[in-house]
Design a protein around this ligand. Structure first.
Ligand SMILES: NCc1[nH]cc(CCC(=O)O)c1CC(=O)O
Length: 323
């Protein structure tokens, strides 16, 4: 019997939903892959799934959710890896490549308020739970009177903590909620001029071995060119600033439909008190150069200590994000 095409993924509900979407798209594009047993989903535990401690999480740096999966690709125990692009470091491992991006979901953050109120309506001193420095910083920039506390757990756990009143409000990526069918819990989507998303938020990337021509041909058929362009521009910013999913960097590239590519990029102190922002408009073919250029402008403006002081709000260790 022919060996199945093996998809490597984390085991979280969101990661599995993304792997199943990839399998469905592969089967749609290539009839022979619609046969039963033509595709196998291989669950791989990553450091990020093991580490439950916040301090370790921060010390661990980049690639926490991708390292073991990329090792499996290198070892040829899987043929393709499905990642939330938000979690994929900008430095690439030799021999591996990002072959396709699936069509991007809504990149915005979702807002949850226990009383159904918006960010601007929360009473002074209200408590917002988030472990993301990017979200913390942008909340405090707009509402310095609010209190931000660490907040973790999978979507269901967070919803329970919110309902119990442990926090008054919280935020999550809208894309993850949509993919899990949990969007009805959200109070509202936050517009990107209030909360600029993380680089590549809402994008799913498929990684393969550069030398694996057979898999590459199958996977390349799934690529959504517009998403690839947008993610390339945003990752150009991130690569230049040397940031990760955990640094308060935000960027969003869009294709407004007039043939141009636009890019907004932001770096912001965790306390929201100081920020640097830049905008670009140009040719979609220059996506990477646009991102690098925006990143360089921001880098030149930043005080040298900018990323040195973490500014993270200290709190007890809690379970890591399981979605
Ligand atoms: N850093 C964790 C992570 N990585 C990707 C998503 C959500 C889905 C996406 O952005 O595609 C999340 C959770 C969150 O930020 O709420």
């Amino acid at each position: 019997m022919k060996q199945p095409l093996r998809i490597g993924t984390r085991g979280s509900p969101l990661a599995l939903a993304q792997a199943h979407e990839t399998r469905r798209r592969l089967a749609e594009a290539h009839p022979h892959l619609a046969e039963p047993d033509a595709i196998e989903i291989v669950v791989i535990k990553t450091t990020g799934d093991r580490i439950l401690d916040r301090t370790l999480m921060e010390a661990g740096g980049k690639g926490l959710f991708t390292k073991e999966i990329e090792e499996a690709l290198q070892a040829e125990t899987i043929d393709l890896a499905v990642h939330s692009m938000k979690d994929v470091p900008t430095w690439r491992q030799t021999g591996l490549q990002l072959t396709a991006m699936l069509p991007r979901e809504d990149p915005r953050d979702a807002w949850f308020c226990r009383h159904g109120c918006g960010l601007d309506e929360l009473p002074a001193g209200a408590v917002v739970g988030t472990a993301s420095l990017r979200r913390q910083a942008q909340i405090l920039a707009r509402r310095p009177d609010l209190k931000v506390v660490p907040f973790r757990g999978n979507v269901q756990t967070r919803m329970t903590k919110l309902a119990e009143g442990q926090v008054d409000a919280t935020l999550l990526a809208l894309a993850g909620l949509r993919r899990l069918g949990l969007v009805e819990h959200m109070t509202a989507a936050i517009e990107t001029d209030v909360m600029l998303p993380a680089v590549a938020q809402g994008a799913i990337g498929i990684e393969t071995r550069a030398a694996d021509d057979v898999t590459n041909a199958l996977v390349a058929a799934l690529n959504h060119a517009e998403t690839m362009t947008r993610v390339t521009a945003e990752r150009g910013v991130l690569a230049t600033l040397d940031g990760s999913c955990r640094t308060p960097i935000a960027a969003l590239a869009e294709l407004p439909g007039d043939g141009s590519l636009t890019l907004s990029a932001l770096v912001i102190r965790p306390n929201g008190q100081e920020f640097y922002r830049t905008e670009r408009r140009g040719d979609p073919d220059d996506a990477e150069a646009m991102g690098i250029d925006a990143g360089q402008e921001l880098k030149a403006k930043l005080p040298p200590d900018f990323f040195a002081v973490s500014g993270a709000i200290e709190g007890p260790a809690g379970p890591g994000s399981a979605i």
